[in-house]
Design a protein around this ligand. Sequence first.
Ligand SMILES: [Zn+2]
Length: 231
Amino acid sequence: MEADPAPSRSIAAPLRAAWTAGRHALARAARLALDIALPTLCVSCREPVDGEGVCAACWARLSFIERPYCPRLGIPFVYDPGPDMLSMEAIASPPAYQRARAAVRYDDVARTLVHALKYQDRTDLAPAMGRWMARAGGELLTGADMLIPVPLHWRRAWRRRYNQSGALARSIERQSGVKVRGEVLRRVRATEQQIGLSRAQRATMCRAHSRYLPTVRPRCRAAASSWSTTS
Ligand SMILES: [Zn+2]
């Protein structure tokens, strides 16, 4: 006798729906319990905060960079020198890249955020920071072929367990639609910790101790994701 599959399907579907609803309810309850037991703290001032990262007071202390700024380096100007005027830094020492943009000035709150993302496993900060970067770099992302996270040397990636630039890049990808291509660059030599070094010292160290293996066509338009330290 051939079994009628219809009754089992009709029972299985509601059971699956009930199971899924139950799992979601349990997950919500677990999150609520965790929020009550361990409320999220502002990463900067350690006061309890709803949602992501920083409280309203620390948010207000972030200095988002707006025009006018140097069209090459993204450094903010104190006055508007006119269209296409470069900063003295860009004229005196032209960078290898065409254009850079920064989301915020590297002041106390921004420094705390970057340090938490890089060294304290606070990957939960990456979505918000990536959104700020996508907004600041909108014109760079328009027409970009790919988004490349600045790679870590494998030893540092192993110690840190994640690449913060990759976490930021995935957030920027969600905002911009430009696809992340993490495999096209590779850091083949490790750099030392760069805490406390100036921008010039970091650049010198990067040139001296890092090499990348480009595996894409050289004329490709790419945007790199890393957290700027413009101050
Ligand atoms: Zn705060």
